[in-house]
Design a protein around this ligand. Sequence first.
Ligand code: 2YH
Length: 261
Amino acid sequence: MALLTPEDLENLSSQLEHNNEIVKRVTGLDIMDLCEELYGAQPNSERVGIIPITAGNGIISNFTASLLFIVNYFGFEGFITEHPDVTGYYEAVSQGADIIMMADDHIFTAHNLQKGAIVSNHVATGIIYADIASRFLEASSKDILVICLGRVGYAGACHLAEKGFNVYACDPNKGFLQKAVDELGIKTYCSDDRKKFSMVFEATPNADTISEGMIEERCLVSTPGIPCGLPPEIGKKYRVDLVMEPLVIGVASMLYSVLRK
Ligand code: 2YH
């Protein structure tokens, strides 16, 4: 997954509002209710310590402030540590954090120190975006397309297979595809099949991964990918409902995910 940029994090609040409306319209649940249902848990005054991390490419301006906004929006208490890195970790735990959130260039994690639950942003993001796609009220069948089986896509495909959906997947990496076929029992999607989907979970970091041949009119595309895999002209022509947002939905999934063991 690409490193977030400060520009990705602009207008987080309006992006959240916009996506919340779409999620509610297409699934019947808003993001908060969907998280509660997905994980069977609710926040109970947990304190979230958010630690800036300087490793690798270093601090992304707005990143920890955006996390604090999200933590508060979903009803958790939160604070950003004054110091980064190990000193920040010591500070967070000393100040009574129940949940630690921090990210370097490779992993963004939430760790519930009370419950011993830990999750990566890749897995939590995959699960929630796949789950949103699978809840499409207007779905024409239980067939669902997963585009890309990297860390995000695989986690989502696994969740969908466990939920009993007919999961079809494509990935240019044949090894990834075979692994998912063997481990999850999913089917490979081939454009020659001329099969079209009403539910699509797109998990690539690339633009233009969705073509006309893949989708039904008025389908739902759920994607955390930056840039968006759905070309705008196809989205318009097929009147696609698009759920796509850079941070909030994945972080909500992380927070609720670590509320249970
Ligand atoms: O954006 C990222 C990475 N792509 C990992 C995310 C995995 N989905 N990391 C954010 C780095 C934040 C920085 N270290 C900070 O400001 O603390």
